[in-house]
Ligand binder design. Structure first.
Ligand code: 5GP
Ligand code: ZN
Length: 113
């Protein structure tokens, strides 16, 4: 657990969130500021800052996050969905605990702007 990390606090249930899945290594919860009718985040319990900070021997974690996202998207019968990792402030990353956005429930335009 990293100090002053909002997602570490959510994972530890020190602050509330709308949790939709809890697993040994991951938690998924609703984004507080949804950008689509469906918008949740898949977050590992371990604190890693970003995609850039993922070491080669941790890359399996990324695949596992995608697996969790895919399973949840199928459970709620999303026809299509967008998976997003924002890496770095310039890309829009605002929480520096790695997370995978899962967005859907409407036609997802591309490019997103
Ligand atoms: P980023 O911009 O870092 O890729 O995504 C961070 C996401 O976390 C944003 O979409 C933002 O709405 C969401 N978020 C930030 N703080 C909280 C919070 O306290 N609770 C929840 N559920 N989502 C949060
Ligand atoms: Zn953290």
């Amino acid at each position: 657990m990293s100090e002053d990390c909002i997602f570490c606090e959510i994972v530890a249930k020190k602050i509330p969130s709308k949790i939709i899945l809890e697993e040994k290594n991951f938690v998924a919860f609703q984004d507080v500021n949804p950008q689509a009718p469906v918008h949740f985040l898949v977050v590992p319990r371990v604190h890693i800052e970003s995609i850039d900070a993922v070491k080669d021997n941790e890359l399996i974690l990324i695949g596992q996050m995608v697996k969790v996202a895919k399973q949840l998207a199928h459970e709620i019968k999303l026809k299509g969905y967008r998976l997003v990792f924002n890496n770095g402030r310039e890309a829009g990353q605002s929480v520096f605990h790695i997370h995978l956005h899962v967005l859907g429930g409407r036609p997802m335009l591309w490019p997103p702007g």
